[in-house]
Design a protein around this ligand. Structure first.
Ligand code: PLP
Length: 394
């Protein structure tokens, strides 16, 4: 893909470019086939409905899940809001306890905070220094009052993958629902058992070379009555989320999922090799620490801290050459250290000096070689003017 930018793009966990094949299948549904899928009395509507049914069927087949278990939303954030608020509001008189972790995406943490204001009891679990959920704490926290356990499948900042098999068994034993934000996992790792393990999940189009503004909620068929509607009105999507279907985006999302799953095995290996090449190269920089190094991680993600470096200055220095991030792009307005790294007990100064590299479909071996050189030189340059670096051994 040709880009107008000269920077090497290594921020694929923030967003991905739309695949040209995705753009191509979406295009006719903006104008030629513009009908409303709910217009059931003429061919304009029939065609849109057929396109949505076909797209949904393709997703269903690809993921091995019934097409009645999906709800289209505007993105993962809406899905998270819809699922957690919908579950809580429907069930709060029976169970009002939610368990989550301190290393979740802000979309989950902010919804949990909001639900506390509506009376929910929320437990925020610690994670280990490698970013894994503290299983003993989880065991001790789940009770007969626990409505839902909300655990991020793959962390957007560190790539750390949680052991959903263990977590799922604990939830089932207590009759609690398991919701997993799998926004970063879909299209990056095999998810064979995932839909068995969870009751609810969410995904987002723009993280896997699909369009922005479209997301997917997974709601197990047997749980559809356990949740309030995300949006009332119109009766679409089995009355779980009213509003006119976004035909081009749904068609695009479906294509993106099919394409991602098709190339998954090969692409996972390619990305892992490149990520490891990057990890080895950057680990050669003195006083660098890879975060989440010892556990199962997304193949495309590297989170690394450089001691004696100010992360904001480093990002500024690199921005002429590289597009990377130092935390979640969704909360980049904040100047606090990453809450994910803080949850891993990484000191604030080190959390501030961390970078997240996330590789993707268009990352080449050449990009990685250049990135290693650029970062190595910039870190050396910035340390030269840092008096603490000079005095580190004295
Ligand atoms: N959850 C995770 C793990 C994410 O990485 C993101 C986006 O960064 C979101 C949720 C929010 O996704 P969306 O942009 O589709 O609302």
């Amino acid at each position: 893909m040709k880009s107008q930018y000269s920077q090497i793009y290594l921020d694929y966990n923030a967003t991905t470019p739309c695949d040209q094949a995705v753009v191509d299948v979406m295009f006719p549904y903006f104008n030629t086939h513009f009908g409303n899928a709910s217009s059931s009395h003429h061919p304009f509507g029939w065609l849109a409905k057929d396109a949505i049914d076909e797209a949904t069927e393709a997703i269903s087949k690809t993921l091995g899940v019934s097409s009645k278990e999906f709800v289209y939303t505007s993105g993962a954030t809406e899905s998270i809001n819809g699922i957690l608020k919908g579950l809580y509001r429907k069930n709060k008189s029976k169970r009002n306890h939610i368990v989550t972790t301190k290393a979740e995406h802000k979309a989950v943490l902010d919804v949990c905070k909001f639900l506390e204001s509506e009376g929910a009891l929320v437990t925020y679990l610690d994670v280990t220094s490698d970013g894994l959920v503290d299983i003993q704490q989880l065991k001790d926290s789940i009770s007969k009052n626990t409505l839902v356990v909300s655990i991020l499948y793959a962390n957007n900042e560190t790539g750390v993958i949680q052991p959903l098999d263990v977590i799922s068994r604990l939830c089932k034993a207590k009759g609690s629902f398991l919701f997993s934000d799998a926004t970063q996992a879909l299209g990056k790792i095999e998810m064979n058992d995932f839909f068995e393990q969870v009751d609810f999940a969410c995904f987002s189009g723009h993280k896997l070379y699909g369009p922005k503004g479209i997301g997917l909620s997974f709601i197990k068929e047997k749980n559809a009555n356990n949740i309030d509607a995300f949006i009332h009105g119109g009766g679409q999507q089995r009355s779980l989320r009213g509003g006119t279907y976004n035909t081009p985006a749904i068609v695009g999302l479906s294509k993106a999922i099919v394409l991602a799953e098709k190339s998954l095995t090969k692409e996972t290996k390619r990305l892992k090799d490149l990520r490891n090449q990057l990890q080895d190269g950057l680990s050669a920089i003195e006083e660098s620490i890879v975060n989440g190094k010892n556990v199962n991680r997304l193949p495309n993600t590297l989170n690394i801290s450089f001691k004696y470096i100010d992360g904001v200055n480093l990002l500024r220095g690199l921005s002429r050459f590289l597009a990377v991030s130092n935390g979640s792009a969704c909360n980049s307005a904040e100047v606090n250290p990453s809450h994910v790294l803080i949850a891993m007990d990484i000191p604030a100064t080190l959390a501030f000096s961390s970078l997240r590299f996330s590789l993707g479909r268009f990352t080449s071996s050449e990009d990685i070689k250049n990135t290693i050189n650029i970062v190595t030189n910039e870190v050396a340059k910035q340390r030269k003017s840092n008096i603490l670096w000079e005095r580190r051994d004295s």
